[in-house]
Design a protein around this ligand. Structure first.
Ligand SMILES: [Mg+2]
Length: 287
């Protein structure tokens, strides 16, 4: 596939998302669903821009303690939680150092405890590694930009550049990539980021690789997927109306998600409220 090849969800991102839900109303909706018998109680969560506020330099991003605490408590209340991120799994694990959580790195290509990858995948990854090596010189011309080698791809970060420089960086990067060997790679553009990854990979893979994800049912709003960027749209589209999909971010962004929430602070409030629900439920059961 040529470099222009992109993830297959684009054609389906057609309608605008429903109006923004407050953290409180969303927590109420999900909490009510979770109390039904047979509720899935599954959370599939993106990391950057969803749990961790976006930082100018990716290495500075942190998951707030209040979020880690809420996730830990939710686990104790029977929620099964997976983090699905474009970051390498080892980095994601450092950012979310909790036991009992499933972590999928590299957009679902890396699964903890599993050796992953076909020959085609590894060839594509080798090409991405060669591009990342060569690109170091290219990005040096743009102080603040960087290239990150990932286990199955590479990412060009340009968030720290000024708006004008960013436009020039992207234009020159396109020209630079056009004469490189990008067979088997597709691109994914995010906020301040252009990533090359093996064609056909994507967050939707987690639905087949993580057993609790099979609990997704139409109408069960205790099965929740939350994310803030294009890679998450793949997962939302693959769920195709099952569970509850929540897009984090500005209302102007198009999405196939069922709900929208404003930002990482709102996600933190949502998770904290759900954890408190769990504790109230426990108290009620004991009284
Ligand atoms: Mg994100």
């Amino acid at each position: 596939m040529p470099l222009g090849g992109s993830a297959g969800f684009h054609g389906r991102v057609e309608r605008d998302v429903k109006p923004t839900a407050s953290a409180a109303s969303l927590a109420e909706e999900i909490g009510r669903a979770a109390r039904r018998s047979g509720a899935a109680r599954v959370l599939i969560l993106d990391l950057d821009g969803t749990l961790a506020p976006i930082a100018a330099r990716p290495r500075d991003a942190r998951v707030p303690l209040v979020v880690l605490d809420a996730l830990e408590r939710l686990r104790g209340h029977g929620w099964r939680v997976a983090i699905v991120t474009g970051r390498p799994m080892a980095t994601a694990r450092r950012m979310v150092p909790l036991v009992g959580l499933a972590i999928f790195g590299s957009h679902g290509l890396e699964v903890e405890g599993a050796s992953s990858g076909s020959r085609v995948l590894h060839e594509a990854a080798r090409r991405a590694a060669a591009i990342a090596r060569e690109a170091r010189e290219f990005v040096r011309a743009f102080p603040g930009a960087s290239v990150e080698l990932k286990p199955f791809g590479c990412a060009f970060h340009h968030r720290a550049l000024s708006r004008a420089t960013r436009t020039r960086f992207k234009r020159m990067l396109e020209a630079w990539l056009a004469v490189r060997d990008t067979r088997g790679l597709e691109r994914l553009e995010g906020d301040g980021l252009l990533e090359l990854r093996p064609s056909g990979s994507g967050k939707a893979a987690v639905l087949g690789r993580w057993p609790p994800a099979r609990a997704a049912r139409r109408g069960d709003r205790s099965f929740v997927a939350i994310g803030d960027d294009r890679a998450d749209e793949e997962l939302f589209a693959a769920l195709d109306g099952r569970g509850l999909t929540v897009r984090v971010g500005l209302p102007r962004l198009r999405s196939v998600a069922r709900r929208r929430i404003s930002g990482t602070k709102a996600v933190a409030r949502l998770l904290t409220t759900l954890a408190e629900d769990g504790e109230a439920e426990r108290r009620h059961a004991l009284s």
